[in-house]
Write a protein that binds this ligand. Structure first.
Ligand code: NAP
Length: 291
């Protein structure tokens, strides 16, 4: 690969050390530890790994962290009761309900039950509205991880043609909003870019991808972007995580690394950044709630 590696693992170390230093300052000032309460319902193996990694990252950075494992047959009312307890608990600054939830539980109802001030995933409609209006309370973790991975590697999106493959509520759509928005003191992650969103109804995905100076792929389809679909010098961020024959692969074919100027690896790119931005949001929540 000739492309520069956009190394999320290394950047995550740097940013987690920054979080740890701010947490230590708060502790010295006699303030409560920022606390993250996570809930996982059922036995989804991928969810178990995500929640375990988030818990460990919190502990390493000096945050308080609690993980509640609920059985797969948990009712919606039981889960809402637990969320209500977290909403009222002053030790809990951030609440994370790991998705997906079992079928008997309405995900939207749970997302709306989380107090917006503690919604560190930024899934609540109030927080999405604030984000869309350019006055974010929190940034969603994966999109913010992508923006940080670009900027802290010296890739400035302002004025550039950005193509995002994927329009989900968790990645593509909020990321498109963030990158298209004006950068202001209230909205420091604003990208000032010219943004195109591609999806499964896009007529000629290759032609659209070739427009990109920055290409971000969040489709969940293994290796759909190949070397012939990008122009030399493009910066590519691969958000995809797909299991192929037991191996974790991205949405971008390895061959793109021979054409691109920079490429984020899978694993070790966006994944560690997502968890890092969750820590940042939990710290931000503690600062907003406790002062
Ligand atoms: P999602 O909800 O399944 O959305 C995928 C999006 O990509 C949809 O908008 C879909 O279009 C589009 N798409 C799928 N295949 C396509 C194709 N062949 N051509 C063009 N567009 C296509 O997935 P998600 O939650 O956004 O996640 C995307 C990927 O990122 C997954 O692999 C996920 O595991 C990964 N992810 C990683 C992290 C991390 O921290 N590394 C975090 C979140 C997600 P339609 O809307 O038309 O269906």
């Amino acid at each position: 690969m000739t492309a520069m590696r956009l190394d999320g693992k290394e950047l995550a170390k740097v940013m987690r050390a920054e979080v740890a230093a701010r947490v230590a300052d708060r502790t010295r000032a006699g303030k409560r530890l920022p606390g993250l309460a996570a809930v996982i319902v059922g036995e989804n193996p991928a969810s178990q790994v995500y929640v375990r990694n988030k818990h460990k990252a919190c502990q390493d950075a000096g945050l308080a962290s609690w993980v509640h494992h609920l059985p797969a047959e948990t009712s919606q009312a039981q889960l809402l009761d637990l969320v209500a307890r977290f909403n009222a608990d002053p030790q809990v600054h951030g609440i994370l309900v790991q998705l997906p939830l079992p079928r008997q539980i309405d995900e939207d109802a749970v997302i709306r039950a989380v107090a917006p001030a503690k919604d560190v995933d930024c899934f609540h409609p109030e927080n999405l509205g604030l984000l869309a209006s350019g006055h974010p309370r929190y940034y969603p973790c994966t999109p913010h991880g992508v923006v940080q991975l670009l900027r802290r590697n010296g890739v400035e999106p302002a004025g550039k043609e950005v193509v995002i493959v994927g329009r989900s509520n968790i990645v593509g759509k909020p990321l498109a909003l963030m990158l298209a928005q004006k950068r202001t003191p209230a909205n420091p992650a604003g990208g000032d870019a010219t943004v195109t969103i591609a999806h499964t109804r896009t007529r000629d995905l290759a032609a659209v991808c070739r427009r990109a100076e920055i290409l971000i792929v969040a489709a969940g389809s293994p290796r759909i972007v190949t070397a012939d679909m990008v122009v030399p010098g493009v910066v590519v961020v691969d958000v995809g995580t797909n299991s192929v024959n037991g191996k974790l692969v991205g949405d971008v074919h390895e061959g793109v690394g021979e054409v691109a100027a920079a490429l984020s690896p899978v694993p070790g790119g966006v994944g560690p950044m997502t968890i890092t931005l969750l820590l940042v949001n939990t710290l931000t929540a503690a600062e907003a709630i406790d002062g």
